[in-house]
Each structure stands twice: as structure tokens, then as C-alpha cells.
Design a protein. Structure first.
Lengths: 163, 167
């Protein structure tokens, strides 16, 4: 793949991922997606509780922390700040979501994942498919970052940033 | 140049600082039930057996609605925008987030001894289950039941719905 095409593929994947994380965390005002997890942590806490994987004392702190983490991933992916680390954070989040969804399915739990806010009702099966697509996008974006001798492309002297 | 591990640390810790501030703000008011967590054995959110015991069937709910909901308060626990799109006839709307922010909105309007039936969107939605926990555990309402199928089961049975905001 040529360098300009590689850059645009990388940008496209990062922007799509970033927008998805921001919508999941903050919602879209004025729409059904407007009730993001950030503004309704107690709704998200209810979703987390259904998975029965987090001790009760940690349910609410996790419900508050995860949306901020998603927002951080979304903003850094969109802005192109520290793209490698942002993509690794996105992969970390996707992997964690996938594990808990698969674990819930394996245990036969009927969960409403709450992944995209309080007014969105999606099953663990459907969310797992979305998360797998996001994980593949993150891996693809990471592979299209031009390899550099430094640990991060945007810190390498004399090199253009990917986004 | 900032090492990659430090960058990851920043990406993980900045949200943590925001979350701490958010957590303190969200749990600060004494009128809020936001942080309420029912004991696992008594919560219908985490205890499916308890949810089944507390549930009301579609046929029974249909009979109550057909009878004009005499002596029964039917509560839709979903967001007002979803309630306005369509709800079971005669239902009142008390969104669980609003109740968690200020429990007095439900205490002031629903008698504690009332026979209450709750529902939300689907069998797996949790708004009604959370409201059930708050009513039965925190506010000690003794007569609360869940219609677990939610509005999805009601419309799937081709039963009538009402549209518009809560009265």
C-alpha cells in the first residue's frame, strides 16, 4: 500500500473508531443516542451489575470510570494524538468488552449490555459482533501506521504524522 | 520523547481523575439513590429467581389494563422519549434515572401500600428491575411486581398502546 493511501486508511479507521467511542460514552444530544453513559452512570451501573462479574462495591466506580476511558480513547483517536497508544487503549477496551460479553453468553445470562448508552437496548450477541468489528478496525489501523524506529510515529524526528 | 508506557499511563490515569470528580459529584446529594445497591440475594437485577417470583404474566397484566387498572399503578420505567413513542395504556412514567436522582418524585405520587406493576423495554432491559430494587429495598414498598416482557412483549401480542407524554 502506498504511503498516502496507508495514511488515509489509518485516518478513516481511527476516525470511525473514535466517533464510535465518543458516541458510546457521551451520546448524541437530541437523539435516542443522547443518553450517554457519562451522563447516566447509574444506568450503566445496572448493566454492569447484570454481568455479575464486578464486586458490588466496585460497580458504581467502574460505571463512572469506563465511559471516561472510552471518551479518552475516542478523542485521542479522532485528534490523532499518540495514535499507537490510543489504538492500544481501544483494543484493550474492545477485548475487555468481548470477554465479558462472551462470558455472559456462556453463562446463559440475559443481559442488556448498555454499551451505547441507557436508551439503547442491545443484546450481548449483537454487541459482541460490533465489538469484534471494532477490534478488527483497531488492529487494521495499528498495522497501517508507518513503522518507525521510534516507539511512536508522531514522536519520530523528521517524519510526518499519520493523522 | 515520551516513552510509550508513560503515554499509556497518561491515557489511563487522566480518565481516572475525571472519574473521581464525577463520582464525588454524582454521590454527593442526600436525596439521591444513585449509589444505592440492593443486596445481591434480594436484587431482581442480579437474582433471576427473585425476578421470576415477582413477575406478572402478560395475560394477568392484560386483564388489569382491560379492567381500567383498578387499585393498580402501572409504571413505565423507561426514558420519557421512549414512553412518548408508545406505552401500555394507563401507565405512568417514572424514569429510573429521575427516581435515582430524587426519590421524592415517586414517594410523593405513589402511595406506599399501592399495588405497583413495573415494566420497561424488553425482557433483558434493566430499568424496571432497578426501579423494583429501589422501591422494594430502599423505599420498602411491599406490593411491587414486574412485567418482564416489557413493551416488546405487549406490542408483539398486538395489544393496544397509547402515545404521548405521561399525564
Amino acid at each position: 500500500m502506498t504511503d498516502p493511501r496507508r495514511r488515509w486508511v489509518n485516518r478513516g479507521l481511527r476516525w470511525a473508531l473514535g466517533a464510535t467511542f465518543i458516541v458510546a460514552a457521551a451520546g448524541v444530544p437530541g437523539t435516542r443516542w443522547g443518553r450517554g453513559k457519562l451522563s447516566h452512570p447509574s444506568s450503566f451501573a445496572g448493566s454492569i451489575r447484570q454481568y455479575q462479574m464486578v464486586p458490588e462495591i466496585l460497580v458504581f466506580p467502574v460505571a463512572v470510570y469506563l465511559p471516561w476511558l472510552e471518551l479518552m480513547a475516542g478523542v485521542t483517536l479522532l485528534a490523532g494524538v499518540w495514535p499507537r497508544e490510543a489504538l492500544r487503549l481501544a483494543m484493550l477496551l474492545c477485548t475487555a468488552f468481548l470477554i465479558v460479553n462472551v462470558a455472559a453468553l456462556a453463562r446463559g445470562l440475559e443481559v442488556d449490555c448498555g454499551c451505547f448508552g441507557a436508551a439503547y437496548h442491545g443484546s450481548a450477541q449483537r454487541e459482541s459482533v460490533i465489538v469484534v468489528i471494532m477490534l478488527a478496525a483497531a488492529v487494521g489501523a495499528l498495522r497501517t501506521i508507518r513503522p518507525t524506529p521510534a516507539s511512536s510515529i508522531d514522536s519520530a524526528p523528521g517524519r510526518r504524522r499519520t493523522g | 520523547m515520551i516513552p510509550s508506557a508513560v503515554r499509556m499511563g497518561v491515557l489511563l490515569s487522566v480518565p481516572a481523575v475525571c472519574a473521581v470528580i464525577h463520582y464525588v459529584a454524582a454521590t454527593g446529594s442526600p436525596h439521591r439513590a444513585t449509589h444505592f445497591v440492593a443486596p445481591a440475594t434480594q436484587s431482581v437485577v442480579t437474582n433471576p429467581d427473585l425476578a421470576n417470583k415477582a413477575s406478572i404474566s402478560l395475560d394477568d397484566l392484560q386483564r388489569l389494563v382491560a379492567g381500567g387498572l383498578q387499585d393498580v399503578v402501572l409504571i413505565d420505567a423507561r426514558h420519557p422519549s421512549l414512553f412518548a413513542e408508545g406505552h401500555i395504556p394507563g401507565a405512568k412514567n417514572f424514569h429510573v434515572d429521575a427516581v435515582e436522582n430524587d426519590v421524592s418524585i415517586i414517594v410523593d405520587q405513589i402511595d406506599q401500600m399501592a399495588d405497583v406493576v413495573l415494566y420497561c423495554a424488553t425482557k433483558s432491559c434493566h430499568d424496571s428491575a432497578r426501579l423494583f430494587d429501589i422501591l422494594t429495598q430502599l423505599l420498602e414498598y411491599p406490593n411491587v411486581r414486574l412485567f418482564r416482557g416489557g413493551i416488546d412483549a405487549w406490542t408483539a401480542a398486538k395489544l393496544p398502546i397509547e402515545k404521548g407524554p405521561s399525564q
